[in-house]
Design a protein. Structure first.
Length: 94
């Protein structure tokens, strides 16, 4: 299963200084968006793009979707929301 089978998805990962990190972040963002939609992995990750512009991710075709990504130790966490703003605090328990 590919993370982003579009030309943009491959290009962003290929051009990143840290390709593994960009792949992991892109995967986390896409998975977060699918969870928000309630479709889970039944919708292919290749059916949409997660774009990164100066460290800020967005979902192509869903400008109303806000995305926040953070790294906690060895974990990458992404949160997607259809609200005016993301919460100031997100509690994560490891």
């Amino acid at each position: 299963m590919g993370c982003g089978r579009s030309a943009h998805g491959f290009a962003a990962i290929a051009q990143a200084a840290d390709k593994d990190r960009m792949f992991t972040q892109t995967w986390a963002v896409k998975e977060s968006y699918l969870k928000l939609l309630g479709t889970g992995m039944h919708r292919p990750l290749s059916s949409f793009d997660a774009k990164c512009d100066n460290g800020c991710f967005s979902i192509d075709g869903a400008p109303e979707c806000l995305v926040s990504i953070m790294e906690l130790g060895d974990y990458t966490v992404a949160v997607s929301a259809l609200t005016a703003e993301l919460p100031e605090f997100i509690e994560v328990r490891l």
